[in-house]
Design a binder for this molecule. Structure first.
Ligand SMILES: C[S@@+](CC[C@H](N)C(=O)[O-])C[C@H]1O[C@@H](n2cnc3c(N)ncnc32)[C@H](O)[C@@H]1O
Length: 200
């Protein structure tokens, strides 16, 4: 069993093992007690468990069935009773719901055809040729799942065009900026936070 700030969790060989990007998100959440939160791509579930201690309810999803099994175990083990877990692609498992905060540590690494390996763990980091394959699909659908004045927080790398994400969020009505940044040897990992501006 591993321990992250009092959350005891197990991993699985086909599930993304919590790393610096996981902890950066967990430590920079902009969540309120009244929030209904969606975490897409929950992996082991430790961000969902962390946020569940600071908000009303959480729905945690993943496309990887091993992640669903692993996160379910960790959620039950940590008595995070306000977390519901659902399997599926992006917003498909929550197609009729709206949230106050949506969080996603995205698969953000640019990955060429010859770097690709065909297993479920690959979905954790494979962002396609430009690193934006999943990020862009996520941004295109996001607005339909947020309440008025809702918020998004996503993790990505400087290798997958941070300005493009900020630009896209701005165009669909968010006030967005980089709210946390971690420098590595060959890239920066950032949290981008966007809040929907009041249109009334
Ligand atoms: C970088 S990992 C983050 C895992 C975990 N949230 C963390 O921070 O440790 C990205 C996660 O997103 C999931 N994922 C990738 N594409 C997805 C999609 N289209 N829909 C839902 N989940 C997806 C992966 O299976 C993986 O668990």
């Amino acid at each position: 069993m591993l321990d992250y700030k009092g959350i005891y969790y197990k991993t699985h060989s086909e599930v993304y093992e919590p790393a610096e990007d996981t902890f950066l998100l967990a430590e920079n959440l902009q969540v309120e007690r009244k929030h209904k939160v969606l975490e897409i791509g929950t992996g082991t579930g430790i961000v969902a468990i962390t946020v569940s201690r600071q908000c009303r309810t959480v729905v945690a999803t993943d496309i990887n069935p091993h992640a669903i099994k692993c996160a379910t175990h960790n959620i039950i083990n940590n008595k995070a009773y306000n977390v519901e877990i659902k399997e599926g692609d992006l917003f498909e498992p929550v197609s009729d719901e709206k949230f106050d905060l949506i969080i996603f540590n995205t698969p953000y690494l640019p990955t060429s055809e010859d770097e690709r390996v065909d297993d479920e763990l690959e979905t954790a980091w494979d962002g396609g040729d430009d690193g934006r394959k999943v990020i862009d699909r996520f941004l295109d659908e996001l607005i339909d799942y947020l309440n008025p004045e809702g918020r998004v927080q996503l993790v990505q790398s400087s290798l997958s065009d941070i300005d493009k994400t900020l630009d896209k969020l701005g165009k669909i009505g968010f006030n967005a900026s980089v709210t946390a940044c971690q420098k590595h040897f060959f890239e920066e990992i950032v949290i981008i936070t966007g809040t929907l501006e009041d249109s009334s």
